[in-house]
Design a protein around this ligand. Sequence first.
Ligand code: NDP
Ligand code: AKG
Ligand code: MG
Length: 746
Amino acid sequence: MTKKTAKILYTLTDEAPALATYSFLPVVKAFTDAAGISVETRDISLSGRILAQFPDRLTPEQRVPDYLAELGEVAKTPEANIVKLPNISASLPQLKAAITELQQQGYALPDYPDFPKNEEEEQIKASYDKVKGSAVNPVLREGNSDRRAPFAVKQYAKNNPHRMGKWSADSKSHVASMPAGDFYGSEQSRTLSEATEVRIELTTADGQKHVLKEGLKLQAGEVIDASFMQVAALRQFLAEQKAAAKEQGILFSLHMKATMMKVSDPLIFGHAVEVFFAPVFERFGKELAAVGVDASNGFGDVLAKLHKLDEAVQQQVEEAIAEALAEGPDLAMVNSDKGITNLHVPNDVIIDASMPAMIRSSGQMWNKNDALQDTVAIIPDRSYAGVYQATIDDCKLHGAFDPATMGSVSNVGLMAQKAEEYGSHDKTFKLPASGTVRVIDAAGEVLFAHEVSEGDIWRMCQTKDAAIRDWVKLAVNRARATGDPAVFWLDKDRAHDRELIAKVEAYLKEHDTAGLELHILAPTEATKFSLARIREGKDTISVTGNVLRDYLTDLFPILEVGTSAKMLSIVPLMNGGGLFETGAGGSAPKHVEQLLYENHLRWDSLGEFLALAVSLEHLGQVFENKRAITLGKALDVANAKYLQENKSPSRKVKELDNRGTHFYLAYYWAEALAEQQEDEALRAKFTPVLAEFDRLEAQIITELSEVQGEGVDIGGYYRPDPAKAEAVMRPCATWNALLARIAEEN
Ligand SMILES: NC(=O)C1=CN([C@@H]2O[C@H](COP(=O)(O)OP(=O)(O)OC[C@H]3O[C@@H](n4cnc5c(N)ncnc54)[C@H](OP(=O)(O)O)[C@@H]3O)[C@@H](O)[C@H]2O)C=CC1
Ligand SMILES: O=C(O)CCC(=O)C(=O)O
Ligand SMILES: [Mg+2]
């Protein structure tokens, strides 16, 4: 390979991780510069991505290049080395809020056209929709996923077990899914023997054809599948669950992934809102629609638009809402102080984080009186819901898990090349009429056909052969490296999974699997198998598709180590590069709230620290840069000490927060560099630096705690003012000066 400059691309994202970057990046730069590594940033924040869509409407100074597209290309190169922090996968309400904020900041952006009236508005909507939902991860994830708790993290959790809510055998909490009429029940799947091009069309009863999509190119060996959800069955199920929750005296809660499944899940969410508030929508549906209410944006959208109704109607609607709330079951709350329910916005309760949080809290969620209560967790589709029910059953039978003794479940996830649901956005449709949806290939053969009704939600997913083959290889490598059993979570009763099982069986033959324990189990069985081992303190590798990758890499970490923020989250890119994600969680909006309110940021950057260590190691290997390897090893040592010394941020104001934790990480990193024997020049540089850390520790930590307590202004939520955010995140002159000295002396 031609020698290129060793370079790490560090992403600028949103909310808590973006704020943490103001404080942590100067540390990263000061240390990596000592090894001749350049660290460059790329803005892939929600606001940056919005601005990148509309260069013609902005002044030259306001323009933001399309960094996401650039990084997407970089990810396909062997020298790619990207540190990716979590970003907002925006729901429509978040997207609109970000547009409004940017407009107020002086960016001449168009409004989001809900109902485009002409071609120009169609184009504006299409540009915004590119930014909506899970628009970043599928582009950068040009590889499959390897997520696990590092040894030091697991050890720390065993020595310092986090609090786990007790479980009682008579808990009424459970998962509810549709008995029929869901995606699971209707799935059809096949593997293509040769490359082709397909079109998706709906033929209505009167013989009219509506082309939903055409010219979709598919590769030989690719697995495709199609399924749909019957909306009538969904609504009936939701109504039954509402009545059952009321009868059982438990909370009603809905758990969806409206961000990642940006087309299907907001629609399902909308049906839940309409069914829960049925008396309101039955009586006033027309009036609400006339003022632009869209239930897919949540109950919050109804409340936000009430003022647009005639005064008399508004009062009647408010009464009907009060009645629906009084007569229905209690709703699980997101924030009981502010009256925010589970149904307010589709991005507050996101299944990967919300279900484990519930299981960790005795299977309960918060009610309107700010107390925990049993709940039905509604997960309409059956494909993966059984995983949570099996976990709940296990807790009812054996009690809560014990972080001090429990084993670990790591994950090898199939997600490369927009595998499975990551490739479904542009092939998901709310059907405009009843009829038959057909997928037809270039030779005119009908690959799939579904009889559908108006309003049903139909979707098609793709999974490329190369991605599956790479995933199987990664699973075998992890099984070999750890000696742990690896379980492919695949259900032979599901059409898509049957195609995958055939490929897994074929590709396993390409590897030496002698002595490895490999299983193929349906998700519920795989859960039982893994939980039984976890209780015995044993480790297991879960090898899953994209959705279970997402679910399990929050579920097990949250149970095992208290949070998914402490996960090592590596994406070995298929062309040889590395994408290093920082933890398996998201951008923690609640943390920003606390910072703004009392200038304390409880975001733990351990995910960033872990990602940077593996990024340096990878970079050292690819660019034959020994110094990078030394730096990475030293960072590993620092990470272990950071855990041992308990320097994670506290949740409480005036205690150590994110900013102070960066000081300690740098301190321990300098110490490890001053003590290592591999690189004399680095030792010489960091020995006096370490003395400075020793000398200034108490002063810096005191100053960082003294700034806390009062609210702060960062000049924006989705696009903070960089100067204001930097002032808040780097408030300690002594610490800033020390870092500047380290950087200057490089
Ligand atoms: N890789 C990515 O880009 C991902 C992006 N997202 C996006 O993130 C946003 C929020 O998603 P949400 O479902 O609320 O999940 P989050 O993981 O952001 O938050 C859930 C909770 O996890 C805890 N947490 C997460 N990360 C950390 C951390 N580094 N340090 C300390 N605590 C942490 C916090 O708990 P506590 O309140 O107790 O402090 C937080 O409230 C959404 O916009 C979503 O689209 C979500 C997942 C992955
Ligand atoms: O891409 C997204 O929207 C969310 C991703 C996520 O939650 C994960 O990868 O764990
Ligand atoms: Mg997730």
